[in-house]
Write a protein that binds this ligand. Structure first.
Ligand code: NAP
Length: 276
């Protein structure tokens, strides 16, 4: 099987490369090799390599910065996936695209189903939702996997920030009223590989880590583990903040736990596609 991976240098991209089955032929394209916003290049690249599967791990993921860079965020999170979905469709490739829990507003108190109403609070979530919608519109064979709170040994993420701050500061103030599920990018990569192997039904899926917690709980876990492993010399004081007290450019969902059960959205979208 020939797999084209875009955004190969991101957290998910690098974890995917670490565990991709040996028998698969992987074309790992980072931003320099394939800019997913370049429609013509995406088209010619996919035509040239003829992958059986395309996995899009490329994204604009700077949630706060997106507020002032809406045009570029939209290009990468909506136009880019659209380009890939079109190219995949033309070349008979299965397309796997990754989306986010931030397509929801966080008003629910029970895990979000794939059928739940979306209502993103900020530019990042809005552009990711546009990406989902565009892909579903042009490609009946797209699989969209929404995930949350991604961390890994690669790139920048909450775990790395906490480890750095724990070394630099004696006290850390962390938000305690946003609840979600930290997701290891390697587990997400494994989930995608399993879906590809199983030749899953296209549609929307949810995948995230099993533990439900606040950013404060997550920080506590990271720091206590790091101390246990002698990665930090002393335990900093951890103080809980409310979202109102924490300076952020954009509101985040208060609750964005994803329900991982497969839902009928898949069938609904297929029916819509057939009707159109
Ligand atoms: N990180 C999270 O907490 C989180 C939460 C929920 C969902 N997600 C979703 O999970 C997926 C993977 O996220 P991640 O954390 O692995 O992201 P990441 O580490 O930020 O990696 C994104 C990658 O995309 C590349 N990229 C940006 N613009 C591109 C373009 N125009 N063409 C090609 N590549 C481009 C970046 O390369 P450069 O750096 O060179 O530009 C980077 O290597 C994304 O769809 C994201 O929206 C992430």
């Amino acid at each position: 099987m020939k797999v084209l991976l875009t955004g190969a240098n991101g957290q998910l991209g690098r974890c995917f490369q670490d565990i991709v089955p040996n028998e698969w032929q992987l074309i790992a394209a980072d931003h320099d090799v394939l800019d997913i916003t370049n429609t013509e290049h995406v088209e010619s690249f996919v035509k040239q390599y003829q992958p059986d599967v395309i996995v899009n791990a490329a994204a604009y993921t700077a949630v706060d910065k997106a507020e002032s860079e809406a045009v570029i965020a939209r290009k990468i999170n909506a136009q880019g996936p659209y380009n890939l979905a079109v190219a995949a469709n033309k070349n008979n490739a299965r397309f796997y695209h990754i989306s986010t829990d931030y397509v929801f507003d966080g008003e629910k108190t029970k895990p979000y189903l794939t059928t739940d109403q979306t209502n993103p609070l900020g530019v990042y979530g809005k552009t990711k939702l546009q990406g989902e919608q565009l892909c579903l519109k042009v490609n009946p064979n797209v699989t969209i996997i929404r995930t949350a709170w991604v961390f890994s040994q690669y790139g920048n993420n909450f775990v790395k920030t906490m480890l750095r701050l724990a070394k630099e500061r004696s006290e850390l103030k962390i938000v305690n009223d946003q609840i979600g599920c930290p997701t290891y990018a390697g587990d997400l990569a494994y989930c995608i590989i399993q879906l590809i192997k199983q030749n899953n039904i296209p549609g929307i899926y949810h995948y995230c880590g099993d533990e439900v917690m606040s950013w404060f709980d997550f920080a506590k876990l990271i720091i206590s583990k790091a101390y246990e492993l002698n990665m930090i010399p002393k335990l900093p004081k951890l103080s809980a903040l409310s979202s109102y007290e924490y300076p952020a450019l954009v509101k985040r969902p208060a609750y964005s736990v994803l329900d991982k059960k497969i839902s009928v959205t898949i069938i609904i979208y297929q029916v819509n596609w057939i009707i159109r």
